[in-house]
Design a binder for this molecule. Structure first.
Ligand SMILES: Nc1nc2c(c(=O)[nH]1)N[C@H]1C(S)=C(S)[C@@H](COP(=O)(O)OP(=O)(O)OC[C@H]3O[C@@H](n4cnc5c(=O)[nH]c(N)nc54)[C@H](O)[C@@H]3O)O[C@H]1N2
Ligand SMILES: Nc1nc2c(c(=O)[nH]1)N[C@H]1C(S)=C(S)[C@@H](COP(=O)(O)OP(=O)(O)OC[C@H]3O[C@@H](n4cnc5c(=O)[nH]c(N)nc54)[C@H](O)[C@@H]3O)O[C@H]1N2
Ligand SMILES: [Mo]
Length: 828
């Protein structure tokens, strides 16, 4: 089944089941949100049944509960593109992957120091009292012996939405109160872009509001999805998705204007939006952009006046572009050889971009690779040459694919949230200096664990890795999200103690010493807003069911641990769950009032069972990013040293890094389509999944929508499959020098020849951990195959999309996938 068929099919499914009786006509699709909360409370009339309104990253939900069990869930808004992630609350709460009780690894319990047992030791069920005693004791003795730099609580992850039950923040709050911890710098999402952009534009850019969609609809002639897949990625938001971004993409399609999608695979967006797909080799966008830039210059189509007035250093870059510095003109023919995009097409793109109002919408997959800093720098440079930055509907936007970027910001108030610093008073933080010096770019985690004391370069500074003895993770899945799993498994054997709070038996939980069962967001009360930029709604997140088995919220877990450490009062500030929520809501209420927006009081809001929705001003609808800068670059300069767009950055040049020069340039990655080997002749790309949020929901029934013979799918071009005797639906082995996984072949012409795709977030399920150097992952976690190296000395971001592999038909008896059910355990 093609992806489009999948989308159509699931739409039919949605219409058929549509409903809980929740989705009334709301006018949502036309941009005027309405909600159906009042219907919600009356929809479930049957005895013993109720419908509860809550929310998740994947949107606001109505959840039907019957006799204490979730039976159904759906969006409370009518959305024109269904989001199946919303339909599996029952699986999330009652599924077989739940961690039910506190668990400890037998070796740890018995004082066996052999940490290589992690991941294949026996589990022992213990009481909460025993668990708290073990965790508190382990952390305390490590603190006494090694100090705060021995404790790592960076704990990156996407846990669940909510202002109060934010797993990672709560962990930090507890750690801050008890003597400190080593944290991390940056994130996996935009590891490279968020470090380079401030040098170029003076802001982080990737998490900023974009030119309003209303302006784009009106003024853009062409939108370019450059390494972006909004139909997939807008299904989620860091707060909660209200899918307004998807509705706007759909509206743009309906205008009949051009949409171009530049990606290695014809992704869900390209199909749904009927975009012109430009297949490109993974990791070659800088070359492609240079080819377009060169065409502009050779045809005199670059905007010299714009470059002169609003940028610095173009002349230095142009020397490189034209080949004056290295005898290689970066012309369309040169770019075609590298990128796989024909030279004629490159020239056509240059002509189209420069003769139309063009919005370059840059996604982030292309910066999650070696030299990932260059892609967004070069994109901004190309946009500068086109000269449309700051004009309605022109220029670039680096967040249209994420959390409703470009959906106009509503006028109202923003809810408060729990802070990592308790009550503002945590005594003298004598450890703070040491730990902040020791905190490292998060994607260097394996390197840091394996090489304590090693010094690395980072954005013009030096960082020396700490000696980590304890890891505490709450709300992330590093054994799935981090690159080169086999190296990580080794690194993970270094600490003396690893504690994980989890709702499910994830690969990370399985690799811990102590696992504490966390409630899902459906087992507690909370609040969230929607759309990280649009801030349009406040959703109540009401408790749907009682905590399952012995699960506790992270809040309660850390409150108990704080009690053992003698700081409970500071941790809780004497407040109950509802006290916190009232306070967070009040912040929004007060801010809204200043904006002359009246919100219901908390009690009314909570009892009404529906969101608060804010209105959007005409001004917000007309907002154009960089308009002020364009109107007056002297009065509204950028935050860069020159106040202009830095096509050449003196600051970066002076860092003298061999892998990030003073202007954007093409640097050949160690592994890509143009640099393969006989052993690994195919490039690998690892996009984000349509039916999951990373690894979240992998354990639900949604799996049946995408797996092939129970395995994570791998997209492979029909010629590459034929050359290997692989048919659609075959189980294949995918391997390289770093590891091996099984996957299910999806044979297609929807991927550029020479590249295969496996989506990130597939759970790591090793067949023979402890017996083999490179255990076979039975399910298909792509990070077993990816490269664990920083993007460059500048950002040290993650680079999973720089990888090459081989694929072969798997002929043996395929081992059963076991990672999605509870492991065996014994009673203490
Ligand atoms: N190859 C490759 N790898 C990638 C990427 C890629 O593109 N390619 N993308 C990267 C990116 S951008 C990101 S953001 C990361 C994502 O990596 P993660 O954020 O680690 O991924 P999630 O699957 O969201 O993990 C969140 C975990 O928190 C748990 N959880 C949910 N709610 C709670 C709670 O209330 N309490 C507790 N204690 N736990 C909870 C979930 O069960 C889940 O296991 O992956 C990165 N890895
Ligand atoms: N459904 C869903 N939504 C999500 C997430 C999820 O896991 N599932 N994750 C959320 C998070 S934390 C993040 S960071 C964002 C991620 O947002 P992005 O980073 O933008 O998502 P990706 O899927 O990694 O990449 C987008 C597209 O770029 C393509 N691509 C990859 N490498 C290259 C390249 O070298 N060149 C070009 N031209 N294209 C390339 C991918 O194949 C994909 O089609 O999404 C968020 N939304
Ligand atoms: Mo991310």
């Amino acid at each position: 089944m093609s992806k489009q068929e999948k989308i159509n099919n699931s739409r039919r499914g949605f219409l058929k089941n549509s409903s809980l009786g929740l989705a009334a006509s709301t006018g949502f699709a036309t941009g005027t949100t309405g909600v159906v909360g009042s219907l919600v409370s009356t929809s479930a009339k049957a005895e013993g049944m109720k419908t509860v309104v809550t929310a998740a990253h994947w949107g606001p939900l109505g959840v039907v509960v019957e006799n204490g069990k979730v039976v159904k869930s759906d969006s409370i808004f009518e959305v024109s593109v269904p989001n199946e992630l919303q339909h599996v609350v029952a699986d999330q709460v009652h599924g077989e992957a739940r961690v039910k009780y506190p668990m400890v690894r037998r070796g740890y319990l018995e004082g066996n120091k052999d940490t290589t047992l992690r991941g294949h030791d026996e589990w022992v069920r213990i009481s909460w009292d025993k668990a708290f005693e073990l965790v508190h004791g382990g952390i305390k003795s490590a603190r006494d012996a090694y100090g705060a730099t021995g404790i790592f609580a960076g704990s990156y992850g996407w846990y669940s939405s909510g202002s109060l039950h934010a797993a990672r923040t709560l962990l930090h709050r507890y750690m801050n109160l008890t003597g400190g911890f080593v944290g991390v710098k940056g994130d996996y999402s935009t590891g490279a872009a968020q470090v380079i952009m401030p040098h170029v534009l003076g802001t982080i850019e990737v998490y900023e509001q974009q030119t309003s969609w209303e302006v784009v609809l009106e003024s853009s002639d062409i939108i370019v999805l450059w390494s972006a897949n909004p139909l997939t990625t807008l299904r989620n938001a860091w707060t909660s998705s209200d899918q307004q971004g998807i509705e706007y993409f759909k509206k743009f399609k309906e205008t009949g204007k051009r949409i171009i999608c530049i990606t290695p695979e014809r992704n869900e967006s390209a199909e749904f939006l009927n975009a012109e797909w430009v297949p490109v080799n993974t990791g070659t966008d800088v070359a492609l952009m240079l080819g377009i830039a060169h065409t502009l210059v050779s045809e005199g189509k670059h905007d010299k006046a714009f470059l002169q007035k609003y940028t610095v250093g173009y002349d230095k870059f142009e020397e490189y572009l034209l080949g004056k510095t290295d005898n290689q003109a970066k012309d369309a023919e040169w770019a075609a050889k590298i990128s796989g995009v024909p030279a004629d097409k490159i020239k056509q793109l240059a002509a189209d971009f420069s003769s139309n109002r063009t919005m370059l919408m840059g996604g982030w997959g292309m910066q999650r690779q070696r030299h990932g800093e260059q892609t967004h720098w070069m994109l901004v440079t190309l946009a500068s040459m086109l000269g449309q930055i700051g004009l309605p509907g022109g220029g670039f936007g680096l967040s249209y694919h994420y959390a409703n970027g470009g959906v106009p910001t509503a006028t109202g108030g923003i809810v408060g949230s729990i802070s990592a610093n308790a009550g503002g008073d945590v005594g003298e933080k004598t450890w703070l200096d040491d730990t902040s010096k020791a905190s490292f770019p998060l994607a260097r985690i394996s390197d840091a664990l394996l090489n304590p004391g090693k010094t690395i370069q980072y954005n013009g500074t030096e960082i020396t890795y700490p000696d980590i003895k304890v890891i505490y993770w709450a709300g992330g899945n590093p054994l799935v999200h981090h690159q080169d799993t086999n190296t990580m498994v080794k690194a993970w054997q270094k600490p003396e103690l690893i504690v994980v709070n989890e709702c499910y038996w994830t690969p990370t939980a399985r690799m811990a010493d102590i696992v504490l069962p966390a409630t899902t967001s459906y087992e507690r009360n909370d609040l969230t807003m929607s759309g990280d930029y649009s801030m349009m709604n406040i959703f109540p997140m009401k408790q749907v069911v009682e905590p399952q088995f012995e699960a506790k919220s992270d809040y309660d877990i850390f409150a108990e641990l704080s009690k053992l450490a003698g700081v409970a009062e500071k941790f809780t500030e004497g407040k109950s769950e509802m006290d916190w929520l009232k306070g967070f809501y009040q912040s929004a209420f007060d801010a809204a009032r200043k904006n002359r927006v009246i919100m219901p009081n908390f009690d009314k809001f909570w009892s009404e069972n529906k969101p608060v929705t804010f209105k959007v001003s005409e001004k917000a609808k007309k907002w154009v990013r960089y308009e002020e800068f364009r109107n007056d670059p002297l009065l509204s300069p950028l935050g860069t040293p020159s106040g202009k767009i830095e096509i050449y950055s003196d600051v970066i040049a002076k860092m003298n890094y061999d892998d990030c020069k003073g202007y954007p340039s093409w640097m050949e990655p160690e592994e890509y389509a143009g640099n393969t080997t006989a052993e690994a002749p195919l490039a690998l790309v690892t996009p984000h999944p349509y039916y999951r949020l990373h690894s979240q929901l992998a354990h639900t029934s949604l799996r049946s929508k995408y797996t092939v013979k129970d395995r994570e799918p791998i997209l492979i071009h029909k010629d590459d499959a034929a050359a290997r005797g692989i048919a659609d639906g075959d189980i294949v082995r995918v391997f390289n020098g770093r590891g091996q996984v099984l996957a299910g072949a999806v044979v297609t012409d929807g991927i550029i020849k020479g590249t295969v795709a496996i989506h990130e977030g597939a759970w790591y399920d090793p067949a023979d951990l402890g017996q083999s150097e490179k255990p076979l992952c039975k399910f298909g976690c792509p990070n077993v195959l990816t490269r664990d190296e920083g993007t460059s000395k500048l950002a040290q971001g993650n680079s999973p999309n720089t990888a090459i592999v081989q694929v072969e038909k798997f002929t043996g008896e395929a081992p059963e996938v076991t990672v999605f059910s509870e492991p065996k355990y014994t009673q203490a």
